[in-house]
Ligand binder design. Structure first.
Ligand code: PGA
Length: 231
């Protein structure tokens, strides 16, 4: 869960950086295990929170593996039902997700594009997540995307930057993110879109950017470890 920003031993206010792996529709159990094994020596850092978001099918497995090996990783889901429990074939509701995860990505542009998710639907998902005590990582495609009330964590992901190798400029992302914070009151706003070990620091070193949402760069564990290290 979200914790307040810490204070370092040097009494400098440290920015807490969130690094979220969005595996999208990738990885089965074996592939996830191979990835996790790379992080067995990963040391907990007070100023970086790493959240891994796998498919629903391996959510319980990931939570269990991370717990039994005491890895300093949090778990998130990639989606949640806009409905409570009931006769909704194929849906996974927030109470079910909360058994295995603390976070949930809501409103990703791929869901809006390929699964026709509307602003109304993603608002219901946020309500369901919050009732179940899941922290939404609410995706916006720009400063104009409506953000439902009470959302604490937003991810700014311009569609042109997703999976293209063509990230937003850090200066533009900083400006959009500052404006999102002023408009919505969100405590944490992340940047997402073609983040790599080479470019991460140009984003996370800026004052308003609280972390990153990483798709392609999270699939290979060594690349993702480089992203964490350079953040
Ligand atoms: P990308 O995806 O890192 O592959 O650009 C980011 C995302 O869609 O969350």
């Amino acid at each position: 869960m979200i914790r307040p920003r810490g204070i370092s031993t040097h009494s400098i206010i440290m920015k807490r950086i969130f690094i979220v792996a969005n595996w999208k529709s990738h990885k089965n159990k074996q592939e996830a295990t191979d990835w996790l094994k790379t992080f067995l020596d990963f040391k907990k850092s007070e100023d970086k929170e790493v959240i891994v978001c796998p498919s629903f099918t391996i959510l319980p497995y990931l939570q269990q593996w991370i717990g039994s090996h005491r890895l300093p990783l949090s778990v998130g889901a990639q989606d949640v039902s806009p409905f409570a429990e009931g006769a909704f074939t194929g849906e996974v509701n927030a109470r079910q997700v909360k058994e295995f995860a603390d976070y949930v990505i809501i409103g990703h542009s791929e869901r809006r594009t390929y699964f026709s998710e509307t602003d109304e639907m993603v608002t219901k998902k946020v309500e369901m997540a919050r009732q179940a005590n899941l922290t939404p990582i609410f995706c916006v495609q720009g400063g104009q995307t409506p953000v439902p009330p009470g959302v604490e964590m937003v991810a700014y992901e311009p569609v042109s930057a997703i999976g293209t190798g063509n990230p937003d400029s850090p200066e533009n992302a900083e400006g959009v993110i500052r404006a999102i914070k002023e408009k919505t009151g969100a405590s944490y706003v992340l940047y997402g879109g073609s983040v790599t070990p080479e470019n991460i620091n140009s984003f996370t070193s800026l004052p308003s950017i609280d972390g990153v949402l990483v798709g392609g760069g999270s699939l290979d564990p060594k690349t993702f470890a480089g992203i964490i290290e350079n953040a």
